[in-house]
Design a protein around this ligand. Structure first.
Ligand SMILES: Cc1cc2nc3c(=O)[nH]c(=O)nc-3n(C[C@H](O)[C@H](O)[C@H](O)COP(=O)(O)OP(=O)(O)OC[C@H]3O[C@@H](n4cnc5c(N)ncnc54)[C@H](O)[C@@H]3O)c2cc1C
Length: 805
């Protein structure tokens, strides 16, 4: 065993083996894998081995496509068969809502270049004659679906990694991990200690335990899962080609051929987290006891869907545990708060995702950033927002919802409320309908009298329509109030703060008392942040950006923080308050603030401290509604006092609370982009119109400057544009293809209904040469192509008179 290595990957399941392979593929050869037992000694050995590309997140779907395409390469390098069966797969729809979802998926696949298709019952029967299509409306067919041999595949990764220089140490449990002052780790194993410059937690079923060795509680939990293997079935034996997979969401099952029999697995409602107290270290190649009583109903349903099953003998019942994060996606990347400690765990579909996870992590480690946006699986996306009980509750919900239709406006109920602000009960009494982001409640809208206190999940326009329209009107015609807690907020102070921020941010630093808007770039010049920077004093700044990205941003800040001279504090839930927006916002503020709030004294993009009612407040003159507006921040303990002051003073001004749905509608009227929709690490400043906030000529050599300058020199092929859509009862949500004739020429990043302007709006990418006022395209919404007209102006306040006046 080596005594010093560049990387120690801990865990020899399919994920650890993939990470090891990809590190060697990208050129790091001094890498080892440490496995407590034999390879595949966790979840991997009893997997059903199915793979598919379907994933709600586009980049996750692309990485699943990468994984599937990788297996041939692995077989060639390693000489080890992965036991591949590329048989294709059908996902059945028995309801119009499921059909909507499949159509939306199909539409997305068009611009991703994936060759899926919607098929009807007759074609389903032709492809899978054992399927009874009673009640089936249609299906999505994906030719890439298939299955493989889990053990062969893991060994293929491992062998290929060894051929490329890696070493593997088996039967050698990692017992402790000790950080060293130079950022490396002492990895204490049963066979001795190794110094590793980097450590990767790929411990699968034991990833929680490994995290705890370094003081980190990773938000993941194992769940039990069962599948049955049948004896030979005559109808299968009689075929000369292999059956495709069939996913039957209504029956909560997946089915595939295994030899001359079938495998059928269930995601049952009656399920429980496994090993709540921790995964036992002596657990390995044993299976859990059968829990057939849990799948009785689903099995009965399956007999009706696949009548051949009823006559089939059961050869094997597999019940094994595997891990999930609260949203079902993996936890990958640098673990916040630690140096050189990486996560590659909570991979619930190792054979669809393992290759993509390995590639992503290796790129991150070797090249400094992954080649695409991977926030959907970033280990930082939960930050420290999850308690253990919350994680268990969400993981259970996610398991139960494995086959549920996911709607774009859906708010999942489990584990709520967890974090909330003092105003929560007050808003609730005013009929607030809440959503949740990063574990924290926010208001989506206020239900009108007589309306249910719940938004109907749908791909189309929801029952919140009238309420959101009324809130938008209140903002545009009087004054609206909503919370500002769901911005991620940082306070940065110290003698070195200005210089440090100048190097971190691509934009210009504001003068004291002013705000600036600034993108933050990665070294490769991609967008990793979209900040409002407020300079409250020479050496004191407040940064606001996406709430959900706060741990992502904090990790980046901490990675670049100088040894002294700069103090960074995450104040997201500590400094909260409200924004007021609309033509009467100034009058309202003037009634409660003890400073002159006229346009001359407090112009657009300025900041001031003052008293508001009983509170000490910080005011920022800016509003994402695109209207005249102010953000008012106070200490969380004063939020209710601030609310009382504003609501009393605003009563005769038509003050009305509004929620996130109205806010996202109002911003469309100004074509304001939004983080993770228009702005994310897949895109660059010039592609997104953010170049107007990049200070290309400032003296500071900010991160990403060289790449940004090179981009400006070379130009870009695509840019964002806004469209007015001839929509019917459904608006765009994101990822819809944009057609010209029979060609897909772009895709939608976000959109919706702009209530005040009464227009359906889409924002999306088009090739630059196609961007011209009035250009006609079609946008595919739920399988229908709708006419859309490119619009270069603004639906509201085109000259900015209201916002700046
Ligand atoms: C019944 C069942 C069916 C499934 N079907 C499918 C399917 O059809 N398709 C699909 O894609 N996925 C399926 N899965 C999920 C799949 O098994 C997992 O996604 C995958 O195995 C996760 O791999 P891993 O490498 O992350 O973890 P694991 O397989 O759990 O591997 C972790 C490894 O780390 C080692 N380790 C842990 N701690 C230490 C330590 N301290 N020192 C050294 N070594 C350590 C363990 O011994 C183990 O070998 C199924 C799972 C189950 C249970």
């Amino acid at each position: 065993m080596k005594s010093h290595v560049q990387v120690a990957v801990i865990g020899g399941g399919v994920v650890g083996a993939s990470v090891l392979y990809h590190l060697t593929k990208l050129g790091w050869k001094d890498v080892v894998l440490i496995e407590r037992s034999e390879l595949t000694s966790g979840s991997t050995w009893h997997a059903a081995g199915g793979f598919h590309t379907l994933n709600a997140d586009t980049n996750m779907a692309a990485l699943q496509g990468y994984t599937i395409g990788l297996y041939r390469e692995l077989e060639e390098i390693s000489g080890q068969s992965c036991g591949l069966h590329h048989v294709g797969g059908l996902t059945l729809a028995t309801t119009p809502e499921r059909m909507d979802q499949l159509r939306a998926e199909r539409a997305k696949h068009r611009y991703m270049g994936l060759d899926t298709e919607i098929v009807g019952p007759e074609e389903i029967r032709r492809l899978s004659p054992i399927t009874n299509t009673d009640g089936v409306i249609g299906a999505l067919y994906d030719p890439l679906d298939g299955h493989l041999d889990p053990s062969g595949t893991t060994h293929a990764y491992a062998r290929a990694a060894k051929i490329q220089g890696a070493e593997i140490y088996l039967r050698n449990k990692v017992e402790a991990l000790k950080p060293r002052s130079d950022g490396s780790w002492e990895v204490v194993t049963e066979q001795g200690a190794i110094i590793a410059e980097h450590v990767v937690n790929a411990a699968g079923l034991w990833a929680r335990e490994l995290g705890r060795m370094v003081g980190v509680e990773l938000p993941l939990h194992p769940m039990e899962h069962q599948y049955l293997v049948t004896e030979e079935i005559p109808e299968v034996l009689a075929r000369d080609s292999e059956l495709p997979h069939v996913m039957d969401p209504t029956g909560e099952s997946y089915l595939r051929q295994e030899g001359q029999g079938l495998v059928i697995g269930f995601y049952e409602q009656d399920c429980d987290p496994w090993a709540v107290g921790g995964t036992p270290w002596d657990f390995g190649h044993e299976l859990l006891d059968n829990r057939l009583e849990r799948i009785g109903d689903a099995l009965e349903y399956a007999y009706r869907r696949y009548p051949v099953l009823e006559r089939a003998g059961i050869k094997n019942i597999i019940n094994g545990p595997f891990t999930f994060a609260p949203d079902g996606n993996p936890l990958v990347g640098p673990v916040p708060g630690l140096r050189n400690f990486w996560s590659a765990c909570a991979v619930m579909a190792g054979f669809s995702q393992g290759g993509g996870v390995g590639l992503t992590l290796a790129e991150w480690m070797v090249e400094g950033e992954p080649s695409r946006d991977v926030f959907a699986m970033d280990v930082a996306r939960f930050g420290d927002s999850c308690t253990r009980a919350y994680t268990r509750t969400k993981v259970r919900e996610n398991y139960q919802r494995r086959f549920a239709v996911s709607y774009p406006n859906e708010e999942l109920p489990a584990g709520r409320p967890l974090h909330s602000t003092p105003i929560y009960s007050e808003w609730r009494a005013q009929r607030a309908v809440f959503g949740q982001a990063y574990g924290t409640e926010h208001v989506n809208y206020f239900a009108l009298p007589g309306e249910p206190l719940e938004e109907t999940p749908t791909f189309r326009r929801s029952n919140a329509w009238q309420a959101v329209a009324a809130e938008c009107r209140a903002v545009r015609e009087a004054v609206g109030i909503n919370e500002v807690h769901n911005f991620g907020k940082f306070e940065i102070r110290g003698a070195g703060a200005a210089d440090w921020l100048d190097r971190l941010m691509a934009g210009r630093m504001p003068k004291v008392g002013r705000l600036s808007l600034s993108p933050m770039l990665s070294p490769k010049g991609r967008l990793i942040g979209d900040f409002t920077i407020a300079r409250q004093a020479e050496d004191v700044f407040q940064l606001t950006a996406s709430y959900a990205a706060q741990a992502f941003h904090q990790r980046w800040f901490e990675q670049h923080l100088p040894a002294d001279g700069v103090q960074l504090r995450n104040i997201s839930l500590q400094r909260i308050g409200f924004q007021i927006a609309g033509p009467r916002a100034r009058e309202l503020l003037s009634r409660v603030a003890d400073i002159d709030v006229s346009n001359a004294a407090l112009p657009f993009l300025s900041t001031a401290t003052c008293e508001v009612g009983l509170c000490d407040a910080i005011i920022q003159r800016v509003s994402y509604t695109g209207d005249l507006g102010y953000e008012i921040y106070v200490d969380a303990s004063q939020q209710l006092a601030l609310y009382r002051a504003l609501s009393e003073a605003g009563a005769d001004l038509g003050l009305r609370p509004f929620g996130m749905r109205a806010m996202m509608s109002l911003r469309l009227e100004k074509s304001f982009g939004s983080w993770m929709r228009e702005f994310k690490p897949d895109y660059t400043p010039l592609e997104t119109g953010m170049e107007r906030f990049v200070a290309y000529r400032k003296p500071a050599d900010f991160i990403g400057k060289a790449a940004a300058l090179a981009e400006r020199e070379a130009g870009v092929a695509r840019r964002l544009a806004t469209f007015i859509v001839d929509a019917a009862d459904a608006d765009v949500h994101g990822d819809e293809p944009i057609w010209q004739g029979e060609q897909v020429i772009g895709f939608v990043t976000s959109g919706g209904y702009a209530h005040y302007s009464e227009k359906s709006v889409a924002i999306g990418f088009l090739p630059v040469e196609q961007i011209a006022e009035g250009a006609e395209v079609e946008i595919e919404i739920l399988g229908e192509r709708r006419r859309a007209t490119l619009f270069t102006g603004m639906l509201f306040d085109g000259d900015g008179a209201r916002m700046r006046g």
